[in-house]
Design a protein around this ligand. Structure first.
Ligand code: SF4
Ligand code: SF4
Length: 166
Protein backbone atom coordinates (compact mmCIF):
# COMPACT_ATOMS: atom_id res chain seq x y z
CA UNK A 1 0.00 0.00 0.00
CA UNK A 2 1.43 3.41 -0.97
CA UNK A 3 1.14 6.09 1.66
CA UNK A 4 -0.18 9.59 0.95
CA UNK A 5 2.67 12.10 0.89
CA UNK A 6 1.22 13.88 3.94
CA UNK A 7 1.56 10.74 6.07
CA UNK A 8 4.36 11.00 8.69
CA UNK A 9 5.79 7.65 7.54
CA UNK A 10 5.90 8.63 3.87
CA UNK A 11 9.36 7.90 2.45
CA UNK A 12 10.76 6.90 5.87
CA UNK A 13 10.46 3.20 6.79
CA UNK A 14 13.33 3.59 9.27
CA UNK A 15 11.54 1.19 11.62
CA UNK A 16 11.39 -1.49 8.90
CA UNK A 17 15.18 -1.69 8.63
CA UNK A 18 16.21 -3.24 11.93
CA UNK A 19 15.29 -5.81 14.54
CA UNK A 20 15.87 -4.98 18.20
CA UNK A 21 15.56 -7.68 20.86
CA UNK A 22 15.69 -7.03 24.59
CA UNK A 23 18.45 -8.92 26.38
CA UNK A 24 19.40 -9.47 29.98
CA UNK A 25 21.43 -6.63 31.43
CA UNK A 26 24.98 -7.97 31.88
CA UNK A 27 26.11 -8.55 35.44
CA UNK A 28 28.92 -11.12 35.37
CA UNK A 29 31.99 -11.44 33.08
CA UNK A 30 30.37 -14.08 30.90
CA UNK A 31 27.44 -11.71 30.21
CA UNK A 32 29.83 -8.93 29.22
CA UNK A 33 31.68 -11.36 26.99
CA UNK A 34 28.40 -12.05 25.23
CA UNK A 35 27.95 -8.32 24.58
CA UNK A 36 31.49 -8.33 23.21
CA UNK A 37 30.58 -11.27 20.97
CA UNK A 38 27.46 -9.53 19.59
CA UNK A 39 29.60 -6.56 18.65
CA UNK A 40 32.11 -8.61 16.72
CA UNK A 41 29.38 -9.04 14.09
CA UNK A 42 28.81 -6.65 11.24
CA UNK A 43 25.57 -4.63 11.44
CA UNK A 44 24.93 -5.60 15.03
CA UNK A 45 24.84 -3.06 17.83
CA UNK A 46 23.85 -3.08 21.49
CA UNK A 47 22.10 -0.25 23.23
CA UNK A 48 20.71 0.77 26.60
CA UNK A 49 17.44 2.64 26.46
CA UNK A 50 16.24 5.45 28.69
CA UNK A 51 14.73 2.98 31.16
CA UNK A 52 18.04 1.15 31.49
CA UNK A 53 16.93 -1.88 29.47
CA UNK A 54 19.46 -3.55 27.18
CA UNK A 55 18.86 -4.46 23.54
CA UNK A 56 20.75 -6.12 20.74
CA UNK A 57 19.92 -4.57 17.39
CA UNK A 58 20.42 -6.09 13.93
CA UNK A 59 20.40 -3.71 11.00
CA UNK A 60 18.41 -5.67 8.47
CA UNK A 61 15.75 -4.63 6.02
CA UNK A 62 12.33 -6.29 6.19
CA UNK A 63 11.69 -8.52 3.17
CA UNK A 64 8.31 -6.82 2.69
CA UNK A 65 9.60 -3.30 2.41
CA UNK A 66 9.04 -2.07 -1.14
CA UNK A 67 11.36 0.12 -3.21
CA UNK A 68 8.92 2.99 -2.54
CA UNK A 69 9.59 2.57 1.22
CA UNK A 70 6.10 1.20 1.84
CA UNK A 71 4.88 -2.03 3.41
CA UNK A 72 4.20 -4.75 0.83
CA UNK A 73 1.90 -6.65 3.22
CA UNK A 74 0.22 -3.72 4.95
CA UNK A 75 -3.06 -5.45 5.86
CA UNK A 76 -1.30 -8.66 6.89
CA UNK A 77 1.67 -7.07 8.67
CA UNK A 78 2.58 -8.34 12.15
CA UNK A 79 0.98 -6.73 15.18
CA UNK A 80 4.33 -5.39 16.29
CA UNK A 81 4.41 -3.27 13.12
CA UNK A 82 0.93 -1.83 13.60
CA UNK A 83 1.62 -1.14 17.27
CA UNK A 84 4.64 0.97 16.40
CA UNK A 85 3.45 4.55 16.45
CA UNK A 86 4.62 7.36 14.21
CA UNK A 87 3.59 9.72 17.01
CA UNK A 88 6.23 8.43 19.40
CA UNK A 89 8.97 7.04 17.15
CA UNK A 90 12.50 8.37 16.96
CA UNK A 91 11.97 10.12 13.66
CA UNK A 92 8.92 12.10 14.80
CA UNK A 93 10.17 12.99 18.26
CA UNK A 94 13.78 13.48 17.22
CA UNK A 95 14.84 11.60 20.37
CA UNK A 96 17.09 8.57 19.99
CA UNK A 97 15.86 5.28 21.46
CA UNK A 98 19.19 4.74 23.15
CA UNK A 99 20.88 6.36 26.11
CA UNK A 100 24.03 4.40 25.30
CA UNK A 101 24.81 3.01 21.86
CA UNK A 102 27.61 0.47 21.45
CA UNK A 103 28.67 -0.39 17.92
CA UNK A 104 32.08 -2.07 18.15
CA UNK A 105 34.12 -4.13 20.62
CA UNK A 106 36.64 -1.29 21.03
CA UNK A 107 33.94 1.24 21.81
CA UNK A 108 32.27 -1.20 24.19
CA UNK A 109 35.51 -1.78 26.12
CA UNK A 110 36.13 1.94 26.36
CA UNK A 111 32.63 2.58 27.69
CA UNK A 112 32.88 -0.40 30.02
CA UNK A 113 36.19 0.71 31.53
CA UNK A 114 34.96 4.23 32.21
CA UNK A 115 31.41 3.49 33.35
CA UNK A 116 31.83 0.20 35.22
CA UNK A 117 35.47 0.01 36.27
CA UNK A 118 35.07 -2.78 38.84
CA UNK A 119 33.10 -5.01 36.49
CA UNK A 120 35.59 -4.15 33.77
CA UNK A 121 38.47 -5.32 35.94
CA UNK A 122 36.65 -8.57 36.68
CA UNK A 123 36.00 -8.99 32.97
CA UNK A 124 39.63 -8.42 32.08
CA UNK A 125 40.65 -11.04 34.66
CA UNK A 126 38.15 -13.40 33.07
CA UNK A 127 39.68 -12.67 29.65
CA UNK A 128 43.22 -13.18 30.92
CA UNK A 129 42.28 -16.53 32.45
CA UNK A 130 40.56 -17.53 29.21
CA UNK A 131 43.58 -16.67 27.06
CA UNK A 132 45.91 -18.42 29.46
CA UNK A 133 43.76 -21.55 29.34
CA UNK A 134 43.77 -21.46 25.56
CA UNK A 135 47.54 -21.04 25.56
CA UNK A 136 47.94 -24.10 27.78
CA UNK A 137 45.54 -26.13 25.63
CA UNK A 138 47.42 -25.09 22.53
CA UNK A 139 50.74 -26.15 24.07
CA UNK A 140 49.18 -29.46 25.11
CA UNK A 141 47.96 -30.07 21.57
CA UNK A 142 51.33 -29.29 20.02
CA UNK A 143 52.87 -31.93 22.31
CA UNK A 144 50.21 -34.49 21.35
CA UNK A 145 51.46 -37.21 18.95
CA UNK A 146 48.15 -37.01 17.07
CA UNK A 147 48.60 -33.32 16.39
CA UNK A 148 45.74 -32.14 18.46
CA UNK A 149 42.14 -32.92 17.51
CA UNK A 150 41.27 -33.12 21.16
CA UNK A 151 37.82 -31.66 21.04
CA UNK A 152 38.92 -28.33 22.44
CA UNK A 153 37.84 -25.40 20.35
CA UNK A 154 34.32 -26.66 19.65
CA UNK A 155 32.12 -23.61 19.36
CA UNK A 156 28.52 -23.48 20.34
CA UNK A 157 25.79 -20.99 20.99
CA UNK A 158 23.61 -23.09 23.19
CA UNK A 159 24.07 -20.72 26.10
CA UNK A 160 23.04 -17.64 24.20
CA UNK A 161 19.73 -16.13 25.11
CA UNK A 162 18.27 -13.48 22.93
CA UNK A 163 15.14 -12.28 24.53
CA UNK A 164 13.22 -10.91 27.45
CA UNK A 165 14.37 -9.76 30.84
CA UNK A 166 14.23 -7.23 33.58
S1 SF4 B 1 6.79 4.98 12.46
FE1 SF4 B 1 8.40 6.53 12.53
S2 SF4 B 1 10.30 5.44 11.97
FE2 SF4 B 1 8.56 4.18 11.33
S3 SF4 B 1 8.18 4.76 9.20
FE3 SF4 B 1 6.84 6.01 10.47
S4 SF4 B 1 7.99 7.88 10.82
FE4 SF4 B 1 9.48 6.36 10.09
S1 SF4 C 1 5.95 -6.05 7.61
FE1 SF4 C 1 5.65 -4.05 6.68
S2 SF4 C 1 5.48 -2.60 8.42
FE2 SF4 C 1 6.36 -4.52 9.18
S3 SF4 C 1 8.57 -4.23 9.11
FE3 SF4 C 1 7.98 -5.23 7.19
S4 SF4 C 1 7.62 -3.56 5.75
FE4 SF4 C 1 7.65 -2.67 7.78
Amino acid sequence: MDLPSAHPCYGCAACCRYVAVEIDAPTVPRDYDQIHWYLTHRDVSVYIDWEGDWYVEFTTRCEHLTEAAACGIYRERPELCSDFSAETCEKTTGEPAHRVLLTSPAQFLEWFQVKRPRSFERYMNFRRALLEKRGQESKGRSRSPRGGHSGAGVRGRAGVQSSTSI
